[in-house]
Write a protein of this length. Structure first.
Length: 208
């Protein structure tokens, strides 16, 4: 039985890089391409990185209930198409949604069997260094993203699994373990929320 996986993380946690690497390692895994009203960044391709659409078209899709989730982030609109998700699940292909906690709440409401994975940084200092290291944003934007990240991290407990992205290869291995495990083993996983909260209680106290 195919599963819908929600992978969420604050900006700068390496979520997109991890998901890209995961897709290269896994067969029968589909990444839902998000619709957005924001402008493409350098190197981004329409239909590959995002579906770039106008606010008018986005609102029409909302009115037609074509999204399983949609949200506004930094003044731009983002949404995940229900049609493509259901099409792949029906083909027994696991689907990944790379979204934030707001979107995850909506998906869980619309598709209760969805499995949530939240990625956290190893420290606040590490997260700030990653945001500065991308060299994409000015200081005001970085400060805004850091503030937003702190707010997002408060919602880690709404997910089923926690992955700490300290070592990239280990984080990638953990993600693949979650994706590949049989459905009946989900609650037994060492990466399940309850076990990770105990294991990383000091990190969580620092981050939250």
């Amino acid at each position: 039985m195919a599963n819908l996986f929600i992978i969420a993380a604050p900006s700068g946690c390496g979520k997109t890089t991890l998901v890209d690497a995961l897709l290269k390692k896994s067969e029968d895994l589909y990444l839902s391409v998000t619709h957005t009203t924001r402008k493409p960044r350098v190197g981004e391709i329409d239909g590959v990185n995002y579906h770039f659409i106008s606010k008018t078209d986005f609102q029409q899709m909302v009115n037609n209930t074509e999204f399983v989730e949609h949200a506004e982030v930094f003044g731009n609109l983002y949404g995940s198409s229900r049609e493509k998700i259901e099409e792949n699940l029906n083909k027994n292909i696991d689907v990944i949604l790379e979204i934030d906690w707001q979107g995850a709440r909506q998906v869980k409401k619309n598709m209760p069997k969805a499995i949530g994975i939240f990625i956290l940084p190893p420290s606040k200092d590490s997260l700030l260094k990653r945001l500065k290291g991308r060299a994409q944003d000015d200081d005001d934007t970085i400060n805004s993203r850091m503030s937003d990240a702190e707010n997002q991290m408060k919602h880690y407990n709404e997910f089923d699994y926690l992955v700490i992205n300290d070592d990239f290869d280990e984080a990638l291995s953990n993600l693949k373990t979650i994706i590949d495990q049989p459905n009946e083993d989900f609650n037994k996983s060492e990466l399940a929320l309850e076990k990770q909260v105990i294991r990383h209680k000091y990190l969580l106290k620092e981050l939250i």
